[in-house]
Design a protein around this ligand. Structure first.
Ligand SMILES: Cc1ncc(COP(=O)(O)O)c(C=O)c1O
Length: 289
């Protein structure tokens, strides 16, 4: 198997412009650099002893090194000890895994757990892709092939939606002058959008601002979105990260469901509890009920 260094040298070699011109794939444009990962590379190079990287939302110890939670170590051990058979999973994923995910977000006793169509996808990004393609394919006409997203939002939301056939329109979210949420602006945009529009909502720990609506504001938003028959599309990548309590952070999703919304939800476990990020597939799924 090629070492990381020799692979890097090979990539450097094939990226030479003169070689690329010769290749039948030479016209394929280079994708844009990921600003966050680029920043991480700059961070690695920086020799300042007190440097702190706040660009990537994962745990770090006081020494700046990745901190693996005890719960993650325990789960990792359990996965190994379970001595799994590594058979193919069904096309919709490992059912027990999906069920646990539903219970995690809705709560064990919630009837929504049993009436939800859920599939496993490849991380939160894969779940978003499946979800957006689903919306584009089965509700494209109703949505005008459009999805509303907060301004700003996680950078990758936009190309994932575009590549799935959806145009992106933004609703107001962050007031730069007040350095806080523009809730009034957000509500005005929600009311202005055509009935039955799809709205992407960050379930908690909004990326990149970290600012979420209060429970009262979520309730108001749910009320107006229901009257407008909008489709709430939740992205939940940080359940447990915002307040430190995964139950508290599920408030918005559980409230919308209790109010009778038919939501779509994409979950990511890449940053939090699960040990399976490197050893197995991720648990993310997109659901529709
Ligand atoms: C808001 C949000 N959604 C989705 C994702 C993607 O999650 P994953 O890394 O599981 O693909 C991220 C990752 O940073 C994110 O911040």
């Amino acid at each position: 198997m090629a070492s990381a260094a020799s692979l890097k040298n090979f990539m450097r070699f094939v990226r030479q412009p003169s070689l690329r011109r010769l290749s039948s794939w030479g016209k394929v444009p280079m994708g844009p650099a990921d600003p966050i990962l680029g920043l991480s590379e700059e961070f690695q190079k920086d020799t300042f002893s007190k440097k702190v990287n706040v660009g990537v939302g994962a745990y770090r110890g006081d020494d700046g090194k990745p901190h693996v939670l005890n719960s993650v170590r325990t789960a990792e051990k359990r996965v190994l000890e379970a001595n799994m058979n590594h058979e193919y999973a069904p096309i919709v994923g490992v059912q027990s895994y999906v069920n646990k995910s539903l219970e995690f977000v809705y709560g064990k006793e919630n009837p929504a757990v049993n009436r939800t169509a859920a599939v496993q996808a490849l991380s939160g990004t894969g779940a978003l892709r499946v979800c957006f393609e689903f919306l584009s394919r089965f509700a494209g006409d109703q949505l005008g092939n459009k999805i509303y997203m907060p301004q700003p939002t996680w950078g990758n939301h936009i190309p994932i939606a575009n590549d799935s056939g959806l145009d992106v329109e933004f609703y107001k979210y962050y007031d730069k002058d007040a350095m806080w949420m523009d809730f009034a602006g957000m509500m005005a945009d929600v009311k202005k959008a055509p009935d039955g529009s799809a709205f992407l909502l960050h379930a908690c720990a909004h990326n990149p601002t970290g600012i979420d609506p209060t429970p009262e504001e979520w309730k108001e938003l749910s009320h107006v979105m229901k009257a407008k028959k909008h489709i709430p599309v939740f992205d939940s990548a940080y359940q447990g990260f915002a307040s430190g309590d995964s139950e508290v952070d599920a408030f918005a999703i559980r409230h919308f469901v209790a109010e009778g919304h038919n939501i779509a939800l994409c979950q990511s476990y890449a940053k939090k509890l699960w040990p399976l990020r490197r050893t197995y597939w991720n648990l993310q799924h997109c659901l529709w009920r």
